[in-house]
Design a protein around this ligand. Structure first.
Ligand code: ADP
Length: 494
């Protein structure tokens, strides 16, 4: 690529405006050239026809004037014919010749000596045969393009001679040249106007694109999501600006959530760490000497470390879910055994609190198949564990928890966890799935909750294209309902 090409390439393809400009210019110039050519051809044709008709009328009129003299064919009559021919030729600016019935020259408007007999000329020959003849040809003697109209003069049914009117085509060509110049001027003027309008249009189009690209660059450099694009238009570009702003809004919201999460997580990690520090300090200060105190402090240390561990585990799980790193979401998961296993794992805790757990599994109505979903088995177990763990945690001793799984609507799995626990206040209900949200802080601390359990459940269920709902009455208990699409058994699965 040489330098000129490179500059041209840069100029053209680096700017939307220039591409638009060139396109407009090409389209308009091509269409104008096409229309002009078409108009010139039409004008030429029309002018020729007009001229031929005028010449024909003049030849007929001259014929009427001289038909008697043609018959007489005397020296005097020839003089009259010559005079009539010169008069008309001078008035019209054409050349006229008159020949007798044998093609011999009788009169000529031009002083140049013509041939004695013109019967060989095509138009004269045809006119002698009785028809009006029109022809265009280049005269070798003068090198001029001529249009000839030859009319027979008739007397008593006989052709007595021929009148031929000739005109130089240069007249028409000159007129066409003038028209061509006018057309070129129109093309040039339109080109200039097009450039002007397309520059304006292109700038109008380009401005938001440039603003968008500048803002995107600024965001990528500074990470600051505070600026928005001005939306001045209602067309597709306006829509693009709106979507861009929505995207910035979303990114800003995500950034806010991320910051909030980091600050909450740090706060949550700090509290038990400080408590561990205080216990260690107390032990170092001598509390470890007393066996009763030592056992008490070691017990609290164990609980604090457990809490810290479960918090860290929850944080790891939620960030893993956020990053989408847990990849296998296509396992066939048998829900009945999954729920039974989970219940059995948590039963000792429930027994300890004298809480009874009952399960009710309704197998797939179509043929008693197990309930199967496509997803991630360990994540689903994690979700059910969290909900069941909450039910046990927030149900006082002597209460009961029931877990059921069944197919609903033929294509969905419903898992219901119902407890007779403390319930959730209606003001807290919309927030319990938020990260770090705890409805009753004092009680949650007692249960060792992190405030992340239900947020993790919500993420896992969303990943299984499912939904979650909760109903609760304070003092009466809560019911959590999870809905997940069941694996559809195709022909090969049947
Ligand atoms: P936590 O780890 O604190 O239990 P979760 O995200 O699991 O956090 O739950 C959020 C809050 O919702 C809990 O702090 C608790 O107040 C409330 N909650 C969850 N499940 C139940 C339930 N079965 N009964 C009463 N309250 C519940």
């Amino acid at each position: 690529m040489n330098l000129l090409d490179r500059i041209l390439y840069k100029w053209l393809f680096r700017s939307l405006a220039n591409q638009l400009l060139i396109t407009y210019l090409l389209v308009i110039t091509l269409s104008l050239v096409f229309v002009s050519l078409w108009a010139l051809v039409a004008i030429r044709k029309e002018s020729l026809t007009d001229l031929q008709n005028t010449m024909e009328v003049e030849a007929i009129n001259l014929g009427l004037e001289i038909d008697n003299d043609l018959v007489l064919d005397s020296p005097l009559s020839r003089q009259r014919i010559q005079a009539a021919v010169e008069r008309r030729a001078t008035r019209l600016g054409v050349s006229i010749v008159v020949v007798d019935k044998d093609g011999r020259l009788l009169a000529d408007s031009q002083p140049i000596a013509q041939k004695e007999n013109l019967s060989n000329e095509q138009e004269i020959n045809e006119a002698l045969a009785g028809v009006i003849s029109k022809t265009t040809r280049s005269e070798p003697a003068s090198n001029l393009n001529m249009l000839y109209v030859a009319c027979p003069v008739r007397s008593m049914g006989e052709t007595t001679g021929v009148i031929r009117v000739g005109v130089q085509l240069t007249q028409i060509e000159r007129r066409l040249q003038k028209d061509l110049i006018v057309f070129l001027e129109i093309i040039l003027a339109t080109g200039v106007i097009t450039v002007f309008i397309s520059l304006l249009m292109a700038r109008r189009l380009n401005r938001p694109v440039q603003e968008m690209s500048a803002l995107a660059k600024q965001i990528s450099i500074s990470g600051d999501f505070s600026a928005f694009l001005p939306v001045r238009r209602q067309d597709e570009i306006g829509e693009l600006c709106l979507s861009f702003n929505q995207m910035i809004g979303r990114l800003r919201e995500q950034e806010r959530v991320r910051q909030e999460f980091i600050s909450n997580a740090s706060h949550e990690l700090k509290t038990p760490t400080m408590a561990i520090g205080s216990v260690v300090d107390a032990m170092l200060a001598g509390a470890s000497e007393d066996p009763k105190l030592r056992a008490q402090f070691l017990g609290s240390l164990e609980r604090l470390v457990e809490r810290q561990t479960s918090l860290i585990q929850d944080l790891l799980d939620i960030s893993k879910l956020d990053s989408g790193l847990d990849s296998n979401w296509q396992e066939e998961v048998s829900i009945v055994s999954l729920v039974n296993d989970t219940v059995e794992q948590l039963r000792p805790q429930a027994d300890k609190k004298q809480i009874s757990i009952s399960t009710q599994m309704t197998l797939d109505s179509a043929g008693g198949n197990d309930l199967v979903v496509l997803g991630n088995g360990s994540q689903l177990q994690r979700a059910i564990t969290n909900v069941l763990q909450n039910a046990i945690n927030y149900t006082p001793a002597g209460g009961s928890v029931s877990v059921s799984a069944r197919a609903v609507g033929g294509d969905k799995l419903e898992i219901k966890v119902q407890d007779t626990g403390v319930g959730i206040d209606s003001a807290d209900l919309p927030h319990i799935f938020d990260r770090f949200y705890r409805a009753d802080k004092a009680r949650t601390r007692e249960t060792g909750g992190t405030g992340l359990g239900l947020a993790i459940v919500r993420e896992i269920i969303a990943r299984h294209h499912g939904s979650m709902d909760v109903e609760s009455l304070v003092g009466r208990g809560s019911t959590f309902v999870i809905l997940i699409p069941l694996r559809q058994s195709g022909p090969e699965g049947a």
